[in-house]
Design a protein around this ligand. Sequence first.
Ligand code: 6GU
Length: 266
Amino acid sequence: MVITRAANIPVASEGQCTVTLFVNGRGFPWLCEEFAMRIDIVCPLPAAIESCISTGIVGRGRERGLVEIVLHNLHDFADNRYGHIDDEPYGGGAGMVIRCEPVFACIESLQRERSYDEVIYLTPDGERFTQAVANELSLAQNLILLAGRYKGVDQRVRDLLVTRELSIGDYVLSGGELAAAVIVDAIVRLLPGAMSDAESALDDSFQDGLLSAPVYTRPAVFRGMEVPPILRSGDHAAIRRWRYEQALARTKERRPDLLNSLPSEQ
Ligand code: 6GU
């Protein structure tokens, strides 16, 4: 059984939505009472994420009840009266390490409330976050994202609590919060009802393994540069063909590595 994706069919009223899952290419629609995904973000600096989850498509998705996102400040789970959540690394060296106690206290209290599909730790040495991973995670019900700062979290957190480790690219951020915000954005825009144009998520770069074709809007001529006539021809089959050719050419030129991993039905 291949579940391709959950289709965007924004409906309804009072927290209800129609969801169509495509299984082996066939659509199965049904009405859900509650299809909200829940994402808990556990981190030392929730303020760094606040605006990312309150604005844009993510903010609107929360208002529409498609996703519930809850921020947890690790300092609220400190096991000492100073609110310290970090300590020096055993064996010496620069930087501080986030202690086990606050992380276990926070995550275990969440796990007593519900079961989670994944506990994801954001770290530069994790698996690379790609569109395929975003698609997969968009089908989850409950997710925990754990973001560290300093030198990272005690290895025992990773060994015992974490089920998956993700990195958003080969560079070092000063904390995992921005990475968590990136991942939440990439997931939430895929949720049924998040986008106003039901099809637009399917047209994204990477969604078919290719970069996007160039786009234009009015005026037809700007400073002597003309919009390709085919886009103004009204011939939709020809436009589709042109866009595919442009996407292929752009991918060959800029990201030839993507062509080696194209889905086989292409
Ligand atoms: Cl997930 N965290 C940090 N701190 N830096 C990163 C990253 C994550 N992904 C790329 N760089």
